[in-house]
Design a protein around this ligand. Structure first.
Ligand code: NAG
Ligand code: NAG
Ligand code: NAG
Length: 629
């Protein structure tokens, strides 16, 4: 059935799709900042190529070279004896500026990469808005092995850079992907548009490799609530006039409503497009049921296991095999079957209808027309479906400092706090720093250490504040130990600041000096008393043996009878105090009870005035209530 009919159908399908997609393709951009020469300094935009590895969340600074020959990069640079490797190890990397045209973008990138370039800047050949450099349908052999980022720049910027390079200027630019994805909050939402078909060649292999490699990471992120993942599947509809055609019947379910292309593009053998739609539907339904049981991540296991256990080539791409996999994951097969529904029915399938609606772009995302497509925080991911590259993109979708630990691992970022403490405040002695490594860089933020909050600008100054602050480097306050006695100017009763304790004077931070109470005639001025200053206090003794120094009154009293007199008067004071307090409390109680009753009764009377006979009963009720207070 490779006749013209099926070609016509493919064309119609393609047209239906192209029509829906017209003009809704969104070009994803990153920033390119020219740092030298001076006359070109500034920020420009460039379009991220849909291959290679863009450094989502990161930056790359390099020199720009415009090769003297092979300026389109279509041949290997070896032939021209050109290399872009940095001259010295550890030197700033070299980017190569190439002209658009003559060969695939991927060929240019591949040649540049082999010559040691760290990134490729392709200059558009006509003045137009930026476009996305895509990977070609043919000539994919290098695709998987391109690991450098590629960007397209406008003809205008390109011409300026070329002119400057030809004049012998040192050209240096910073590629910046830190703002390529929005990062509004503490959770990243992402979608993977995929396909259960395993016989479509490199594209299908790439999808499966991605699922296999990314599964573990995806599940960890999902289980900990850092991400919300949703799988999606593209379907097409059969144009109405073709619904009864053999082609549509073999490619579509629900009477032409949901179609997928034939896996081998041959209607007469193997599996049909229809089988693919049904298996895709199984995968969406599985996700739905798994999500309902609170384990959305089981989708990754299912897709992985299904591809392994039920491949087309072994003729196991069937409902039975799918059911076995579902069972082995502990999910309810019946629920999944119910969700899949009847593929022969002439009616909408809610699930697939929703998928078709979701294909249409919203906001900044654009339509999804190619598989596989990864959408992160509602933006299309550009670049290779590589575990680390995708993880970087997801990490760049978190609000700074809320990213999970996996985003701070050495494999995917550098810890900027290791270099000069990131320029942040540091208390070396106590190993307290304001530098916080983040995926996109670092922030200088006064920390919380052992539950104690530090406050300050984070760059030059932080200090412990609130309860417990004295436990940490004594709250930044003065402290001194003499003769086994430690005196501190930090007090947990005071929320911040330092204050010299009684007996000392000073700023409390750098120093507190002992006050000489004797010299300053503050205490111990009684007649005949002798005063001796001590560290933080003083000692006083009365001149007469029969006298005793009373510290709290700063006076001397006679030793005779002191105990008795003091004791008795003390007891009397307590006794009268208690009696007085008791009487007072009783009076207050009585008064409050009375006034409460009065107001309650008055309120009730006001309410029931016209019903004289009910008044008594209500009063009683409210009095009982009043007694409870
Ligand atoms: C790409 O890399 C893989 C593994 O590193 C290698 O086996 C393959 O030959 C490479 N392909 C090309 C075209 O260099
Ligand atoms: C998955 O479950 C969560 C919470 O129960 C819900 O918010 C979300 O919309 C569900 N996703 C889908 C695709 O059903
Ligand atoms: C400082 O603290 C960090 C983590 O809080 C720790 O990894 C490091 O070993 C500490 N350094 C010293 C010198 O105590």
């Amino acid at each position: 059935m490779r006749g013209p009919a099926w070609r016509a159908l493919l064309l119609v399908l393609a047209l239906a799709l192209a029509d829906a997609a017209a003009g809704r393709f969104v070009v994803e951009k990153n920033s390119i900042q020219v740092t030298s020469p001076d006359e070109l300094k500034g920020k420009y935009e460039c379009a991220i190529g849909n291959f290679g590895v863009p450094q989502y969340g990161g930056t790359l600074h390099g020199w720009v070279e415009y090769p003297r020959s092979n300026r389109k990069g279509c041949q290997s640079f070896d032939q021209f004896d050109i290399s872009f490797k940095p001259k010295k190890a550890g030197g700033r990397p070299n980017f190569v500026l190439l002209d658009r045209g003559e060969c695939f973008f991927t060929v240019k990138a591949w040649n540049a990469q082999n010559a040691g370039a760290a990134a490729v800047l392709v200059v558009d050949d006509k003045p137009e808005p930026l476009i996305t450099m895509d990977n070609p349908e043919e000539g994919k052999e290098h695709l998987e092995n391109i690991t450098i980022p590629s960007v397209l720049i406008t003809k205008k910027l390109g011409d300026q850079l070329k002119k400057s390079a030809e004049a012998g200027d040192m050209l240096s630019v910073l590629l910046d992907w830190r703002e390529s994805l929005p990062h509004p909050d503490e959770r990243v939402e992402y979608e993977f548009w995929t396909n259960s078909n395993d016989e479509c060649g490199p594209k299908c292999d790439m999808q499966m490799d991605f699922v296999k490699n990314f599964r573990g990471t995806a599940q960890v992120l999902e289980k900990k609530g850092y991400t919300q993942f949703t799988p999606h599947y593209i379907t097409w509809y059969c144009p109405e006039t073709f619904v009864t055609s053999k082609q549509c019947k073999s490619q579509c379910i629900n009477h032409g409503r949901y179609c997928a292309p034939d896996p081998e593009q041959d209607f007469s053998q193997g599996y049909d497009g229809k089988d693919v739609v049904i298996q895709n539907l199984h995968q969406i339904c599985l996700f739905k049921i798994a999500n309902e049981t609170g384990k959305p991540w089981l989708w990754w296991d299912y897709v992985h296991d299904f591809a392994l256990r039920c491949p087309m080539k072994d003729k196991k791409y069937t409902h039975e095999c799918a059911s076995d996999v579902i069972k082995s994951l502990g999910l309810d097969v019946e629920k999944v079957n119910k969700c899949v529904g009847d593929p022969e029915a002439d009616e909408e399938n809610e699930i697939l209808k929703a998928e078709q609606d979701a294909q249409i772009g919203n906001g900044k995302r654009g339509d999804v027309t190619i598989l596989p497509t990864l959408v992160i925080n509602n933006r299309q991911y550009r670049g290779k479906l590589d575990k680390v590259a995708v993880l970087k993109a997801i990490c760049s979708g978190f609000e700074e400092t809320t990213e999970p630990a996996i985003c701070l691992s050495e494999e995917i970022q550098t810890n900027e706090c290791l270099d000069n403490n990131g320029g942040c405040w540091l208390d070396k002695a106590n190993n307290v720093t304001a530098c916080k490594d983040t995926f996109r860089g670092r922030v200088c933020e006064c920390p919380i250490v052992k539950g104690v909050k530090f406050v300050g600008d984070g760059y030059t100054h932080c200090e412990a504040s609130g309860i417990g602050r004295c436990e940490i480097s004594n709250g930044g306050c003065w402290q001194e130990t003499k003769d086994g006695k430690t005196i501190s100017a930090c007090s947990n009763e005071e929320p911040d600041g330092c204050k010299c304790p009684a007996g000392f004077k000073g700023d409390g931070v750098k120093s507190c000096e002992d006050i000489d109470e004797c010299k300053e005639k503050l205490f111990c001025q009684c007649k005949g008393c002798s005063c001796k200053n001590t560290w933080g206090s003083y000692e006083c003794s009365c001149g007469d043996d029969k006298m005793l120094y009373m510290r709290e009154h700063d006076t001397c009293i006679s030793k005779e009878g002191t105990t008795a007199t003091v004791g008795w008067s003390f007891l009397w004071v307590i006794f009268f105090g208690l009696v007085f307090a008791g009487v007072g409390a009783y009076a207050v109680y009585k008064y409050r009870l009375r006034s409460y009753m009065d107001s309650e009764i008055r309120a009730i009377m006001a309410q029931y005035m016209p019903l004289d006979n009910q008044e008594g009963a209500n009063q009683q009720h409210h009095v009982a209530h009043a007694d409870d207070i």
